[in-house]
Design a binder for this molecule. Structure first.
Ligand SMILES: [Zn+2]
Length: 66
């Protein structure tokens, strides 16, 4: 999923979200004030892949196993 940038017209908060392309134009609430934010034009200038920048996941405990 590509990363989209949004800007809140109410408080000016800018944030980025991973969304499906089909959902890129869906209403996105601002994380600061929950107002509908506007999607910014993001440039896909990010070429290549960086190693070691993966987000760490919290340890998931297997539930109901055994
Ligand atoms: Zn806001």
């Amino acid at each position: 999923m590509p990363l989209y940038e949004y800007e809140c017209p109410a408080c000016g908060e800018t944030f980025s979200l991973l969304k499906k392309i089909s959902q890129k134009d869906d209403p996105t609430p601002c994380p600061n004030c929950q107002q509908a934010s506007k999607r910014l034009i993001s440039s896909f200038a990010l070429s290549g892949s960086s190693n070691g920048g993966a987000a760490s996941r919290p340890p998931s405990a297997p539930s109901g196993f055994g």
